[in-house]
Design a protein around this ligand. Structure first.
Ligand code: SAH
Length: 260
């Protein structure tokens, strides 16, 4: 904050909401880290366009809660599906992370996970590297690159236990970015809004072309404004053909179709 500017209002702790929806609660240390992320983003917003969602309740619901709701299968072992085995030292990539969502809340909630934040915009990545350092998040690194390039590098290809994607594009585009980066046995987590049975059928068909298999679709409501959310989990079953992802821009311009 620059001198003379009012300090941002603190985020409420929302204990009952965390508990009721995700059967999880942040520790006081995690609460402090959430607050630091919030402050870093408000500050960064003065230099660049990071997010429009800046009032404390909206930030909590649309960024913090939403980011962790997709990770519900790993937050609590009670009732977790078989494919969400406890991953003590998971390698996780957040593709198209923007201002750091869902990757930054994931790094705070899962201290033993190694989180890679990937974004094509250099400016955002510089902000993320500096913020992770000033907040004190040691399990975060940020990389400026396009998913289509990174996924062909041996040090990244099929190296991640989880890939997270929120607001990055149509499902087939997201799958083409994500599945080449995920290890066999790993999972791509797609954060979506509305969802239909037809979406599930298309997702299953496109996932299959990339070595993936639709595992589950979880539906939820955001706790403060009752917005519709779906989280789509796609498992990696076999190695992805080297042809994928296609050249930069192609997965977005010509998304794979169920018939390919
Ligand atoms: N996940 C964040 C940001 C979404 S905006 C959130 O939900 O708040 C989409 C982001 O994806 C942008 O920052 C954009 O730079 C990035 N992006 C889009 N296509 C990409 C690609 N092919 N490789 C890497 N990053 C990409």
């Amino acid at each position: 904050m620059t001198v003379g500017e009012p300090a941002p209002s603190p985020l409420l702790d929302y204990e009952p909401q965390w508990q009721q929806t995700l059967q999880w609660q942040p520790t006081p240390e995690q609460q402090t880290l959430f607050q630091r992320v919030y402050e870093a983003i408000l500050q960064g917003n003065q230099q660049m366009n990071l997010t429009r969602l800046t009032d404390p309740d909206t930030f909590w619901e649309k960024h913090l809660w939403d980011s962790l709701s997709g990770l519900a299968p790993w937050l609590t072992s009670i009732g977790a599906p078989a494919w969400a085995t406890a991953r003590a030292t998971a390698r996780v990539i957040d593709i198209g992370t923007g201002a750091g969502f869902p990757g930054l809340p994931a790094a705070i909630a899962f201290e033993s996970w190694q989180i890679t934040l990937l974004d094509a915009t250099q400016k955002k990545v510089r902000f993320l590297t500096e913020s992770a350092e000033s907040i004190g998040l040691k399990n975060v690194r940020a990389i400026a690159d396009r998913a289509e390039f990174l996924a062909h590098q041996p040090s990244h290809r099929e190296q991640y236990d989880l890939a997270l994607l929120r607001a990055v594009g149509p499902v087939p585009t997201c799958l083409e970015y994500a599945l080449p980066l995920v290890k066999v046995g790993g999972v791509a987590v797609l954060y979506r809004g509305q969802w239909s049975d037809e979406d599930s059928r298309n997702t299953a068909a496109v996932a299959q072309q990339l070595g993936g298999k639709l595992l589950s679709v979880a539906s939820s409501q955001t706790p403060l404004t009752q917005g519709v959310r779906h989280c789509v989990y796609v498992g990696k079953h076999t190695l992805t053909n080297e042809d994928f992802p296609r050249l930069p821009g192609i997965p977005a311009k010509l998304p794979l179709t169920p018939q390919n």
